[in-house]
Ligand binder design. Structure first.
Ligand SMILES: *[C@@H]1O[C@H](CO)[C@@H](O)[C@H](O)[C@H]1NC(C)=O
Length: 343
């Protein structure tokens, strides 16, 4: 029973992120001044959030994504998914303040792979240690094992940052790291093709050396159970244990979803909207436009809105129309909000 509970908790954590414009994606220059991206070695990039920050890509050793139907991971939410854990962190800064971070999958040549290559990132979630897990807003994905919740990533997202300051980089906060970091990444991937693939996980992140500003945490909140496929589903009320600011937040939905709403004491604070491409895939979720201030004792709820008449559900890799049924039951739909906060 305990195992299935942990599995359930891991499996609700599927998150997708905002696509950034193509010109930014092209700034990944394998042959730039510091040479090609090497395993476990940071390749420096131009910072995006603060001119004084550093930004780098770190590529981790290759792994094999098994051919379609060959993975058979008990914990995958897709019938043919492959799930597991990566341990990364080599090459990261160790006494520093992170402004942003994100994961991507690349081929050995360094090209990002995604749905058009037959690779679907159902989700990645991660925890970083050493870091104290302190969450002033009750609920969310509990910390499994050591450390604090770090970042997540889902499909349909392109290049995307999780941000630990405001989206413009001005809010004086960051995800502080006080010792040599170790990151555990839980993943669930699907190969839609009949050939295995060698892939690398890459972390791209931006940081300031030293401990700067207020310490940020990150959390992922979900509606109760699987969202309804038509209309609204709400979370259980989440109580705020101390005054807190959410300086960055973004909804997460799967295909079929329209928007995620954040409410505080019943008042709407943010509606994060899905944008779809012509193939019916979500390419971005809008960010909450401004910081959300919470007071001790406040009650937060989040709400998903699905319309599967307007947007069809994703097909599972076994060709099931409608939806991908996970081993744990339920449709492959999510209603979540990722939030960076400081208190
Ligand atoms: C999402 O769409 C609604 C209208 O449907 C709009 O009021 C809201 O501002 C949008 N949210 C964002 C973050 O743009």
């Amino acid at each position: 029973m305990k195992f299935s509970l942990v599995a359930a908790v891991l499996n609700i954590a599927a998150v997708q992120a905002v696509a950034i414009p193509a010109e930014a994606a092209e700034s990944i220059d394998n042959a730039g001044p510091s040479g090609p991206v090497q395993i476990n070695v940071p390749k420096m990039m131009t910072p995006k959030y603060r001119p004084t920050a550093k930004r780098a890509i770190i590529r981790y050793p290759a792994f094999t994504l098994q051919a379609k139907g060959k993975a058979k991971s008990a914990m995958s939410m897709d019938p043919n998914g492959q799930s597991g854990t990566f341990r990364i962190g080599a090459g990261m800064c160790s006494k520093c303040t992170l402004l942003s971070a994100h994961y991507r999958l690349v081929s050995p040549e360094g090209n990002e792979v995604g749905p058009t290559d037959g690779v679907y990132i159902h989700h990645m979630t991660s925890h970083l240690s050493p870091k104290t897990s302190e969450n002033p807003i009750s609920g969310g994905i509990p910390s499994i094992g050591a450390g604090a919740y770090f970042i997540d990533r889902g499909e349909d997202s392109g290049q995307s940052d999780t941000v630990f300051t405001s989206a413009d980089g001005r809010f004086e906060s960051g995800y502080q790291i006080t010792g040599t970091p170790s990151v555990s990444v839980s993943y669930d991937f699907v190969n839609y093709k009949d050939t295995p693939r060698q892939l690398h996980l890459e972390l791209e992140y931006e940081w300031l050396d030293g401990i700067v500003g207020k310490d940020a945490g990150h959390t992922l909140k979900t509606v109760a159970g699987n969202p309804k496929l038509m209309g609204k589903s709400v979370s259980t009320p989440m109580r705020v244990s101390k005054d807190t600011t959410i300086m960055w937040a973004r909804g997460h939905l799967h295909q079929g979803g329209v928007s995620m709403t954040v409410k505080v004491n019943g008042a709407v604070k943010c509606v994060s909207n899905a944008t779809y491409d012509t193939a019916g895939v979500i390419t971005s979720m809008s960010l909450c436009p401004k910081a959300i201030d919470l007071k001790k004792g406040d009650s937060m709820t989040i709400e998903s809105d699905y319309d599967t008449n307007k947007h069809k559900l994703r097909e599972a890799s076994d060709g099931h129309g409608g939806s991908a049924h996970g081993k744990l039951g339920g449709s492959d739909v999510m209603g979540m909000v990722a939030m960076s906060y400081t208190s």
